[in-house]
Design a binder for this molecule. Structure first.
Ligand code: FNR
Length: 185
């Protein structure tokens, strides 16, 4: 049976370039992986008072969805050299109640995309810092700091440059191997 991979996109906007990047990565992935895009924009901000009253339905559904997958692919922009608040909130929501984190042990892939030249390096590593604490084995190599995403895609969403396409396909090939090694089945 294929490995189930949740895709979390750090941008909430409809025209998100990072969502296009995530779709391109999914399209270039090898056999044996099944992807599900999980929305994070409607998750209430984490607040332990809500937990104590019996977590909101949106948190419960999100936690169940993450618990159900074998791995997580993060594709995100960089906001002010760090992780967008919506994505950080999703990490926080999934990490609680204490001792019941749904992230624990799940292999992760991290891709950051930016129209700028630095490719979201700051966000990539800020995210990795949380993943260390959440005990998610995050693939170290290849790294993916994808710069210049502003003119990377054709109208049909495909990646225009052959070299970039090859790089992204190689990333997904490595990620598939990483999942097989770390998914624990
Ligand atoms: C940005 N942007 C940005 N880009 C970058 O490379 N480094 C950064 O630190 C920031 N900071 C930042 C903060 C905020 C609040 C916004 C809204 C944007 C620009 C960002 O990369 C650009 O808007 C991307 O297009 C956002 O990704 P999506 O929405 O296209 O996926």
């Amino acid at each position: 049976t294929p490995y189930k991979v949740a895709v979390l996109v750090g941008s909430l906007r409809d025209a998100s370039l990072n969502r296009k990047l995530a779709k391109a990565l999914v399209a270039l992935a090898p056999e044996g992986l099944e992807f599900e895009f999980l929305p994070i924009g409607e998750l209430q901000f984490y607040n332990q008072d809500l937990e104590d009253k019996g977590a909101p339905a949106c948190w419960k559904a999100f936690r169940e969805a993450i618990a159900d997958v074998d791995a997580v692919l993060f594709v995100t922009p960089e906001y002010n050299r760090s992780v967008p608040a919506a994505l950080k909130n999703a990490l926080d929501v999934g990490s609680r109640p204490m001792g019941e984190s749904v992230w624990d042990g799940k292999p992760a892939g991290v891709v950051t995309g930016s129209p700028g030249a630095i490719g979201g390096f700051g966000a990539n590593h800020a995210l990795r810092q949380s993943l260390v604490f959440l005990n998610m084995p995050a693939m170290q190599q290849p790294e993916a700091y994808v710069g210049g995403i502003g003119d990377m895609f054709a109208d049909d969403g495909s990646v225009k440059d052959a070299g970039t396409k090859k790089f992204l396909a190689g990333f997904m090939e490595s990620f598939a191997q990483w999942i097989a090694r770390h998914a624990g089945r």
